[in-house]
Design a protein around this ligand. Structure first.
Ligand code: C5P
Length: 222
C-alpha cells in the first residue's frame, strides 16, 4: 500500500461522516473515498441486471466489474449520472443487504485500497479503520444518537423535496444499523485505536476541528 496519509472515518448512517470527510479533504487538499457509494452502486447495478440481492456470487461479479467514475461530486455508472438514484433510502437498505456478503466485500476491497494515492485520502464508511486501511495513522469513529441521526437525515431529505415521516426514518435507520453492527464480516465497530466522537449536539465545524486536531501530528509531520 502506498505510504500516503489516510484518515479513516467510520460510523453509522447519518452520523455526518460524508459531510465531515468532504470538508476535511477540502481543507487538507486530500482525495475522498465514499465507500458507501460502492455498496449502493453494487446493489443498484445488481437490481438493474435482475440479479437477486442475496445471490452472493452474482452480486460480487457485478461489484468486481463496476464501471464507476466519481467526477466533480457526481457518481457515474457506465457514463450515466446515478448520483441521486443511489441516495434513496431504498438504495441504502439494498446496500446494507449486499454489504453482508463476504464475496461482495472482497470484490470491492482492492479498488478501495487503490484510492490511497498521493496526496492522501479521507475514507468514509463502516470498515475503513478496521479492514480496508488498518494501518491508517488517523482513525475516527463518528457516532450520534439514533434520534439525532434521523433528524439530520430528515432535514436533508426535506431540503431535497423528499417528504418522509421522521418516525419511519428512525425505524429504518435503526434496522440498517442493526444489520451493519451485527453482521459477521466487517461489522460496524470502532477500531481499537480509533478516536470515538459523539457528534450529538455538535456542529459540522466542531467535528471537523476535532478531527483536524487528532490528525495534526501524523498528517502534518514532515
Ligand atoms: O454510508 P452509506 O449509508 O452510503 O452506506 C450504505 C450501506 O453500505 C451501509 O448501511 C452499509 O451496510 C454499507 N457499507 C459497508 N461498508 C462500508 C460502507 C458502507 O458495509 N465501508
Amino acid at each position: 500500500m502506498a505510504e500516503v496519509p489516510v484518515i479513516a472515518i467510520d460510523g453509522p448512517s447519518g452520523s455526518g461522516k460524508g459531510t465531515v470527510a468532504a470538508e476535511i479533504a477540502r481543507r487538507l487538499g486530500l482525495r475522498v473515498l465514499d465507500s458507501g457509494a460502492l455498496y449502493r452502486l453494487a446493489a443498484f447495478a445488481a437490481r438493474r441486471a435482475g440479479v437477486p440481492l442475496d445471490d452472493a456470487d452474482g452480486v460480487a461479479r457485478i461489484a468486481a466489474g463496476l464501471p464507476v467514475e466519481f467526477r466533480d461530486g457526481r457518481v457515474l455508472l457506465d457514463g450515466e449520472d446515478v448520483t441521486l438514484a443511489i441516495r434513496t433510502e431504498t438504495a441504502g437498505n439494498d446496500a446494507s443487504k449486499v454489504a453482508v456478503l463476504p464475496q461482495v466485500r472482497q470484490a470491492l476491497l482492492q479498488w478501495q485500497r487503490d484510492q490511497a494515492r498521493p496526496p492522501g485520502l479521507v475514507a468514509d464508511g463502516r470498515d475503513m479503520g478496521t479492514v480496508v486501511f488498518p494501518d491508517a495513522p488517523v482513525k475516527i469513529f463518528l457516532d450520534a444518537s439514533a434520534g439525532e441521526r434521523a433528524r439530520r437525515r430528515h432535514k436533508q431529505l426535506m431540503e431535497q423535496g423528499v417528504d418522509v415521516k421522521l418516525s419511519d426514518l428512525v425505524a429504518e435507520i435503526e434496522a440498517r444499523d442493526a444489520r451493519d453492527r451485527n453482521r459477521s464480516v466487517a461489522p460496524l465497530k470502532p477500531a481499537p485505536d480509533a478516536l470515538v466522537i459523539d457528534s450529538t449536539g455538535m456542529s459540522v465545524d466542531e467535528v471537523v476541528e476535532k478531527i483536524l486536531q487528532a490528525a495534526q501530528p501524523s498528517v502534518f509531520s514532515g
